[in-house]
Structure formats: structure tokens, C-alpha cells
Design a protein around this ligand. Structure first.
Ligand SMILES: Cc1ncc(COP(=O)(O)O)c(C=O)c1O
Length: 374
């Protein structure tokens, strides 16, 4: 089986992540931070190590400004629901995933907030969207459809002219690009643990700069201040009610460690595979690779095929042992811009363990498909 759906979740993960998960499950699978016994303390240490590792990766000095979440969606909801107040306005980038659009649209529908969705990421368009009540900008670092990268530092500088913080959706860039506050200018950074960072399903994180306090999405036990029936206000407990995903975070710790030490090689290797894929696709008549115009991309490529829907193509590839994703990828905004709302697109997303031979196998399967459509 050839797996090209790493934008949804990376697979396989590095061996160290599996080993750490197994060891957390079988050697010290207690509830982290809830009790004073040795296994609970060991579990809490594992969670703390992951937080410290991620802080180092994000080049921040304060690990406690990172809240663990269940996914990038959970991190984005935590930021959006926790930060915005009635009457405020948000500027959203043009290519946002439903993990951003749905919470924003829900708040807009309820009359809680006003929303401007941009058509491009041009600085002038951002400037002209700013209104006196704008309090947040939300932009993805790279599109999960075209893979195209947005220069978040430029975006955050433009927003910063008006004192507006940037919430960065780094779902497709965590583990591949520098997503640190220094590199993105973001005050809030949402990321999945289970994609480029090599952690397991059910992990994600939200970095929140000093000076930003969020209302929690969930209230409950944190293992701290148990005498109080009110939610602790200290980070990260304020945002981390409920039992932590010890197994997932133990794996994520190893993932972040690995990725941190190899980020340039990862970017280069995934770039090599993607450049090759795009060159080979350009040779196939009847295939159109989707782009909005940015010249830089991560390892995500989407295309349409004349004469067949993306679902039919994905099914054909699956029958031939190749896993890709058809449809709209939870991102109707960008498909609307690209004119592919009705057809969807085939998305190929590469990861650490893909090879050039697998790209060639994909391209030859596509050649067979094209031939069968003639
Ligand atoms: C750009 C983008 N944002 C958010 C998400 C949601 O991530 P998660 O699956 O961790 O909830 C995804 C998932 O593919 C994504 O690509």
C-alpha cells in the first residue's frame, strides 16, 4: 500500500513515537498530574517533557504558554471561542479550512461577531478590511489543498500596524516549516500533533503569547487547585481540563524531538518528492494542478482530471493500492476560488516515508486511468 494522505494525518510515524506510546501504555499508564504516586508522577513528567520539547521547537522560553489540545481543530476552536467577544470583527484568510470557518461562521450566525473573509492575502486587501472593531486575524500558513504557503510574517506585520493579533493555523506546516512566533509573528499558533510533528491521533497544541488570556472551551478537573470549584486561571491548566492524552503526547514528544533535529532535511526531501510529482503531472494531458498563485508550497498537491470526478479517481487509485484524498478536503473556500466546488480535486500529500518510486507508481496509475477515460 502506498500512503499519500499525510495532510490528513501522517502515516507511518517514526518508530521512536510508536515505542514511546507503547511504553506509556504498558509501563506507566497512570493519569498524569492527578495523584502523588510514582506512576502518576512519571506520566506527568512525560507530558511536561512533551511541552518542553515543543516549546524548544517553537523557540519560546515559556512552555506553560502551550496548551495541549485534541487536534488542530480543537486548538483553533479554543483560540477563536476563547478570545472573541460580542461585537468584535475577525478577518479570515481566503484559503481557510472548516476548522477555522465553521467556528467563525457559527459565531457570525449567532450575531456574536462580524466576519470579513478576504479574497487574497494581499497586504492592501488586509489593510482595507480592517475596521475599528477588528480584533483578530486568522490565516493558514499553508493551504491544505494547493499546499501553497502564505508569508505569515508579512500578514502579521500588516495586522500589527493596527494592533491586531494573528492566529496562525499551522496544520500543514508544523514539522515542515519554522512556525515559531519569531518566524510567523503570530500571537496564537494552532497545530496538530498527528501530522508533520509525527505524534498520534488525538493530539494538537495551541501556543498563546503572554498577555492573551482565553476563556476555556472546557471546564473541569485539572489536578490543580482541587479545593476550588472555579476553573484555575493559570496556563496551561486553565485550558487543559480532563485527562490528558498521555499515550499520544509521549509519542508526540519523540516526534517533535526528531522533527526538530531534521526540519531542513524534511522540507528538502518533501520538496524533492513534490517537485518531481508536479513535473510528472505537467506531462500528463487532462490533468490540471491547482494553484492560486504562490510560488512556494509544502508537500501537498491537488489536481483535477478531465472526464472523471475526484472521487472516482481516488477510488481507482485506492483499488490500485494508492491512498489519496478526493473531494473538497474540508476547505470549500479555496475550492470556490479555484472553481472546483462541484468537482473537488485529487489531493496527494507526501510524508517522510514516501519515495520517488512511489511517486512514479502513482503517475503510472494515473496514466492508466487517463487511458481508460479516452
Ligand atoms: C489547514 C488545516 N487546518 C486545520 C485542520 C484540522 O486539523 P485536525 O485534523 O488536527 O483537526 C486541517 C486538517 O487537515 C488543515 O489542513
Amino acid at each position: 500500500m502506498i500512503y499519500f494522505d499525510n495532510a490528513a494525518t501522517s502515516f507511518p510515524k517514526i518508530q521512536e513515537a510508536y515505542k514511546a506510546a507503547y511504553s506509556a501504555m504498558t509501563e506507566y499508564g497512570a493519569n498524569p498530574g492527578r495523584s502523588g504516586h510514582s506512576l502518576s508522577i512519571r506520566a506527568a513528567r512525560a507530558v511536561m517533557s512533551c511541552r518542553e520539547e515543543l516549546a524548544q521547537h517553537l523557540k519560546i522560553s515559556e512552555p506553560m504558554r502551550i496548551a495541549f489540545t485534541y487536534s488542530a481543530t480543537d486548538a483553533l476552536n479554543t483560540a477563536i471561542m476563547g478570545l472573541l467577544n460580542r461585537g468584535e470583527r475577525v478577518i479570515a484568510g481566503p484559503y481557510e479550512h472548516n476548522a477555522v470557518m465553521r467556528p467563525l461562521k457559527e459565531l457570525e450566525k449567532e450575531g456574536q461577531i462580524e466576519l470579513t473573509v478576504l479574497k487574497t492575502t494581499d497586504s492592501e486587501e488586509i489593510r482595507s478590511a480592517v475596521k475599528p472593531n477588528t480584533t483578530l486575524g486568522v490565516f493558514s500558513h499553508a493551504s491544505n489543498v494547493t499546499g501553497e504557503i502564505t508569508d505569515l510574517m508579512r500578514v502579521s506585520r500588516v495586522l500589527g500596524e493596527y494592533g491586531i493579533p494573528l492566529l496562525a493555523d499551522c496544520a500543514q506546516t508544523a514539522g515542515v516549516l519554522d512556525i515559531s512566533p519569531q518566524a510567523t509573528g503570530a500571537k496564537l499558533i494552532a497545530m496538530p500533533g498527528h501530522k508533520g510533528l509525527q505524534g498520534l491521533h488525538g493530539t494538537g497544541a495551541l501556543y498563546i503569547a503572554e498577555g492573551y488570556e482565553l476563556r476555556p472551551l472546557r471546564y473541569g478537573g485539572t489536578g490543580s487547585l482541587s479545593e476550588s470549584m472555579y476553573q484555575p486561571t493559570e496556563m496551561p491548566d486553565a485550558l487543559e481540563s480532563g485527562t490528558q492524552n498521555l499515550v499520544g503526547l509521549a509519542a508526540l514528544c519523540e516526534g517533535v524531538k526528531f522533527v526538530g533535529g531534521h526540519i531542513d532535511e524534511i522540507r528538502e526531501y518533501e520538496g524533492f518528492l513534490t517537485d518531481n510529482l508536479r513535473e510528472m503531472l505537467a506531462e500528463l494531458s487532462g490533468i490540471r494542478v491547482l494553484r492560486t498563485g504562490s510560488s512556494e508550497y509544502v508537500g501537498v498537491t491537488a489536481f483535477t482530471i478531465d472526464g472523471c470526478t475526484s472521487g472516482e479517481a481516488a477510488d481507482f487509485l485506492s483499488e490500485n493500492g494508492i491512498c489519496v484524498r478526493g473531494g473538497l478536503h474540508c476547505a470549500p473556500s479555496i475550492h470556490s476560488i479555484l472553481g472546483t466546488l462541484s468537482t473537488g480535486a485529487v489531493r496527494v500529500s507526501v510524508g517522510l516515508f514516501n519515495t520517488l518510486d512511489e511517486i512514479k507508481a502513482l503517475v503510472s496509475a494515473l496514466q492508466r486511468l487517463l487511458k481508460s477515460l479516452r
